[in-house]
Design a protein around this ligand. Structure first.
Ligand code: NAD
Ligand code: TYD
Length: 354
């Protein structure tokens, strides 16, 4: 079956991954309406969508997914046939510092969205889809071997991953109990343009330009499986169109890096670009106190999405990192705007008093 929803509600479309998804949909489907519902937290930024904001099929709604009335108004006005749900609190370190917002948005917000979807869709489930975007972190930590797959047991270790795990369970429960048509995908670490510089790669790029220390947690042995964000957005588009209802799909780049190797690689690419005559960037690498409960390794076996949808990552890490670096260098104004004000306070709390 091929779905082609005429109205798609994207939540969290002003964030990092959401903005790539919204841009992709707005450009690919001029005859469909793309509604971006976003609260514009510190991580939401309408500047991420400047290039599509004037398109007639793009519509922005400033609202909180926990606000049932606001969500009902959007459903009433636009009658979306699909929800692509990305809105979330997404940063592990912030969840350790202050978990409440994670429980509120990731758990209660997801339930609120589904309650409203049920209210509007019940009895008319045909052609409707609630697509929940989640993370591989719900599976906890791997040792040196093995991979996460669709049947891996849930074992979340941080307040962030526990809140995402709770939302995954709720989505399945709503499918099972009320017949809500859903898909869940759990993806590995994304990187690319428009990522807020609290996450490892953009934080290091920003610090490289400022010649500030590059903070590596613990000994830098932890491993993540990295995927270029546009490859994730393409997988989301494919799953929205052709994914099987009631199924879970794991998405990953088959691209594992130890944090220390990744930061070194970034340094070498940065020095090769040599934007301001900077060199010897590796000397900026600084080992700092580890994150509590730091998951050792994430790695995904994406065979299911590869076989069922023919999806493959298309951007190699070297190319993706180079593009990402170049984007941040070319978009100094974007970076300067997001690191002003509240970010400085965050950075000082997280790193200068570490
Ligand atoms: P992000 O933090 O960059 O963006 C989140 C967006 O959600 C922001 O625009 C924010 O304003 C919005 N938002 C937050 N709370 C909201 C609320 N209550 N109501 C409405 N909008 C709200 O996050 P991201 O990295 O783009 O991640 C998007 C989704 O993908 C999340 O669900 C995350 O768990 C998942 N994910 C992320 C990664 C990754 O590497 N970044 C990997 C796998 C899965
Ligand atoms: P992050 O980008 O926060 O993603 P996640 O925690 O969701 O995987 O971190 C990626 C890895 O980099 C993770 O192992 C923690 C580590 N890290 C650092 O070493 N230094 C940093 O300043 C940050 C933000 C992360």
């Amino acid at each position: 079956m091929r779905r082609s929803p005429r109205v798609i509600l994207v939540t969290g479309g002003a964030g990092f991954i959401g903005s790539h998804v919204v841009r992709r949909f707005v450009n690919a489907y001029p005859d469909r309406h793309i509604i971006n519902l976003d609260k514009l937290t510190y991580a939401g930024n309408l500047a991420n969508l400047k290039d599509v904001q004037e398109k007639p099929n793009y519509h922005f709604v400033h609202a909180d997914i926990c606000d049932a009335q606001a969500v009902k108004e959007v459903f009433g006005r636009w009658q979306p046939e699909a929800v692509v749900h990305l809105a979330a609190e997404s940063h592990v370190d912030r969840s350790i510092e202050a978990p409440d917002a994670f429980l509120q948005t990731n758990v209660m917000g997801t339930a609120t969205l589904m309650n409203v979807a049920l209210e509007f869709w019940r009895g008319h489930f045909e052609g409707r889809l609630f697509y929940h975007i989640s993370t591989d972190e719900v599976y906890g930590s791997l040792g040196n071997s093995g991979y996460f797959h669709e049947e891996s047991p849930y074992d979340p270790q941080s307040p962030y991953s526990a809140s995402k795990a709770a939302s995954d369970h709720l989505v399945r429960a709503y499918g099972n109990t009320y017949g809500l048509p859903y898909i869940i995908s759990n993806c590995s670490n994304n990187y690319g343009p428009y990522q807020f510089p609290e996450k490892l790669i953009p934080l290091c790029i920003h610090n490289l330009t400022q010649r500030k220390p590059l903070p590596v947690y613990g000994t830098g042995e932890n491993v993540r499986d990295w995927l270029y964000v546009e490859d994730h957005a393409r997988a989301i588009e494919l799953l929205l169109e052709k994914g099987q209802e009631g199924q879970t799909y794991l998405i990953g780049g088959r691209n594992e890096w130890r944090n220390l190797d990744l930061v070194r690689k970034l340094c070498r690419l940065y020095d090769a670009l040599n934007p301001f005559g900077h060199k010897d960037s590796e000397t900026l690498i600084t080992f700092v106190k580890d994150r509590p409960g730091h998951d050792v390794r994430y790695a995904i076996n994406p065979s299911k999405v590869e076989k069922e949808l023919g999806w493959r990552p298309s951007v190699h890490m070297e190319e993706g990192l180079r593009r990402t670096l170049q984007w941040y260098l070319d978009n100094e104004a974007w970076l300067n705007a997001v690191v002003s004000g509240a970010y400085r306070e965050y950075y000082s709390r997280m790193y200068e008093r570490r």
